[in-house]
Design a protein around this ligand. Structure first.
Ligand SMILES: [Zn+2]
Length: 157
């Protein structure tokens, strides 16, 4: 009798450990939530809805050690996809609200909209997509109150 109780608890413990490693821990970091909500709001305003898709993605702040990489969308075959935003960049005082929006929208563009990079320029040489790869010399990145709406249109088109 005693043994079977022990076995029961042992299997319960291993089940808990298994779900930590094998399970899908899907969360949105509270600091990123506002920007994820904005993405959804912009999608909704254009008649689109990605609520269910976003719920499958683990979205977190993490130290990314590859230089110049501010975020990444990781596609996982046997577990949920993940977006990681570089924590140092996020916490730098010089990183503006629009900078943060840009990097979150860019990664959601990869993970949710399945978009690749696009480095085209408009007539003034300004990057015409949020999916700009971040280091191409084809265009100059500007993301401001003036062109934000157009770039978001382009993202969801
Ligand atoms: Zn990218």
């Amino acid at each position: 009798m005693k043994t079977s109780v022990q076995i029961f608890f042992l299997s319960l413990i291993s089940l808990v450990i298994w779900s930590c490693y094998g399970g899908n821990d899907v969360n949105v970091d509270p600091e990123l939530q506002e920007y994820v909500d904005r993405f959804n709001a912009e999608a909704n305003a254009r008649g689109l809805n990605f609520d269910l898709r976003i719920e499958e993605i683990d979205i977190s702040l993490a130290e990314i050690f590859s230089s110049g990489v501010l975020g990444q969308c990781v596609n996982n075959e046997d577990r949920n996809d993940a977006i990681q935003i570089d924590e140092s960049y996020w916490k730098e005082p010089t990183t503006t609200d629009l900078d943060k929006e840009f990097v979150v929208f860019h990664e959601l563009g990869h993970c949710v909209l399945n978009r690749g990079h696009l480095n085209t320029a408009d007539v003034d040489g300004i990057c015409s997509s949020i999916m700009y790869n971040g280091n191409s010399t084809n265009c100059n990145l500007e993301y401001n109150a003036e062109n934000r709406e157009d770039l978001i249109d382009e993202l969801f088109q």
